[in-house]
Design a protein around this ligand. Sequence first.
Ligand SMILES: [Zn+2]
Length: 98
Amino acid sequence: MTKEEYSIKGVSLYEIRNRFEIIVIRLMKQFIPQFPEFDSCPVCIEDVYALALSRMPSIYMKKTQDIPDNKLVNESIEEIVKYAIFQVMSNPKHEKIA
Ligand SMILES: [Zn+2]
């Protein structure tokens, strides 16, 4: 992974680490366009990333195990990322940008 692959719209998420990180980043890139009201500012993008990762405790595995690649898990991860985008969009940690 290059540092560049850890950034979305110029916001670097390189310092925030977790084994799901790249999955979440890919899904954020995929889903953010589906939320036109999401402002894509640095604060909100970082918040979505952190919130989504923090919501994945049930899929944390032993370090030696691979993330299970099955439909249920994949759909769960997708739902978590969408939830995180919606939550941050609805409750940004800053004044609404007009
Ligand atoms: Zn924002």
